[in-house]
Design a protein around this ligand. Structure first.
Ligand code: KIV
Length: 273
């Protein structure tokens, strides 16, 4: 008799139930080998549009296309079994109208198999969130520092320093909760505001440069592994220097190739001539 022990993925309602019980540990992944390594340790994996900058070397997240995001998302879904998989909707694919957002998000989900989408935007995007959620698309909202708004915000600047700005970000998070978002990413805001929003919301907050009090945290994997070329945001911590390991391994490989000591079939398996 064979026992079928298929690994079940963490679902969106399960993530929501973490609130007040368990912290959500999350990182980004854009490609299969990284996603495979992250899967067993994390509750949520985000295919962030940060891949535009981290993976493609673009100056912002604005130019990545829905097609590119869908390819990355499919690779991550296929390489994982356990974590809840969320993809960023790229700039221009959802801001025009709720109907445009639905078409883009539905194609993204059908093409990749992700469980949910992330949208940048507060109160102004709340009707879009409601439209998607009512039609079966779980939405993770993203407020505070929103990289897709870099041109209106004047760059990648931390937000919420004045009382008025803090109130606006809190109102954005509440509007997204009321519209049905299952969680809210809080990026680049003051610690006290991150804590306050987390206390006020019934849905999980996921911080990135916000507060340790958030219900979860997300970071860019390349930043914590030393794969970002030495430039990491102030709020990130490098947990390993994988970049140095890769460089060392490649140097060793190149040396062996040049010295002619690189293994051949003959010296590996004793193949007879
Ligand atoms: O694109 C991204 O990586 C993000 C962050 C929240 C990690 O949106």
């Amino acid at each position: 008799m064979s026992i079928h022990t298929e690994q079940k993925r963490i679902s969106v309602p399960e993530l929501m139930a973490y609130k007040g019980q368990k912290k959500i540990a999350s990182l980004t992944a854009y490609i299969a080998p990284i996603a495979r390594l992250l899967d067993e340790h994390l509750d949520m994996i985000l295919i962030g549009d940060s891949t535009a900058m981290v993976g493609y070397g673009m100056p912002s997240t604005l130019a990545i296309t829905a097609e590119q995001m869908a390819f990355h998302a499919k690779a991550v879904v296929e390489a994982t079994k356990r974590a809840c998989i969320v993809v960023d909707m790229p700039f221009g694919s959802y801001q025009e109208s709720p109907a445009q957002a639905f078409r883009s998000a539905a194609s993204m989900m059908a093409a990749s198999g992700v469980q949910a989408v992330k949208l940048e935007g507060g109160s102004a995007l709340a009707p879009t969130t409601r439209f998607l959620v009512e039609r079966g698309i779980p939405v993770l909202a993203h407020v505070g520092l929103m990289p897709q708004y870099m041109n209106t915000m004047g760059g990648f600047k931390a937000q919420g320093f004045t009382e008025e700005a803090a109130e606006r970000i809190l109102a954005d998070a509440i509007a997204q909760q009321e519209a049905g978002a299952f969680g809210v990413v809080l990026e680049g805001i003051t610690e006290s505001l991150g804590r306050r929003i987390t206390e006020q919301l019934a849905i999980p907050t996921i911080g990135i440069g916000a507060s340790p009090a958030c219900d979860g945290q997300v970071l860019v994997t390349e930043d914590i592994l030393g794969l970002s070329g030495g430039r990491i945001p102030k709020f990130a911590r490098q947990f390993a220097d994988v970049g140095a390991l890769i460089s060392q391994a490649v140097q060793q490989y190149a040396t062996e190739v040049r010295e002619g000591t690189f293994p051949t079939l003959d010296n590996c398996f004793g193949v007879k001539k």
